[in-house]
Design a protein around this ligand. Sequence first.
Ligand SMILES: [Fe+2]
Length: 340
Amino acid sequence: MAEKILVIDDDAMNLKMAEFILKRDYEVVCVSSGREALDYLTQSVPDMILLDLHMPEMNGLEVLEKIQGMEKVCHVPVVFLTADSERETEIKIFQAGAMDYIQKPFLAEVVRHRIGRLLELYHLQQSLQQEVEKKTRQLKESSERMQRLSVQVMLSLASAIDAKDAYTKGHSMRVAQYSCELAKRMGKTGREIEDIYYIGLLHDIGKIGIPNAIINKPGKLTEEEYAVIQSHPAIGAEILDNISELPDISIGARWHHERYDGTGYPDRLKGAAIPETARIIGAADAYDAMSSRRSYRDVLPQQAVRAEIEKGKGTQFDPVIAEHLLAMIDEDKEYSLREK
Ligand SMILES: [Fe+2]
């Protein structure tokens, strides 16, 4: 189908001339005022607009401004028709956003070639833009898919970890949730909060390497068995070391059982030597241990949990993080942050 060109000129002779030159190759629609052109453009989208600069009522620049405000046609290239040969006119035309201009009186060959080239250029631009949009969309879709997949894999891993222990159902997810809550209270931003969620989810992954018989032993653990349990942070760190995209994920696993006073395990790190991420996870982990059921007891009362956190401030816990945890507890009037 022939491309459609809208010609707007108040001079009937010029319209006839333009139609005569272009009708061989294009479908030409001629109108004699800006008003008529705008009416036409509400119903039809041409491939190009040839616009006379000097017209009564609404001049070409005013018409162009209106066209640029019309969503369906604002992208259509506009070429001015002008008898002016002044430099200033030329500048004004381009500044207004026109694609080009054609000097009047028309030279048939020049008009044909100009229009042909400009349309070719315009269509090339259009298809390039469509291609870029398509690729961007595809990239976004696949990146969103990867993101969803990563979250699902991590959640599945977290369930696998928790399934090892009959008494830690939902532990990883709760630690992730509490860690995020603490991170928010500490003023962390979007990405940091997102990262800490993943770190929380997988902090106990090393438990996968501990025999079920030890993890689920009903009675008291022997010294050797306790030592095996205590190896889970190092095992976890080793498992997660490969996730270079999120180095803190292995840090969280390795040091979440360190204590602020340096009496924790596996490395007896002290104070600020324990990475902040691990201090957050450690506090969230301890909080969940108390606010969830164990084989030998029910969920501890909220005030008992609060007292333990208060007691551990500066010994087991980073005092600043402990304060945030206490504030979280105090605001949780219904004690909803616990195992249900
Ligand atoms: Fe742990």
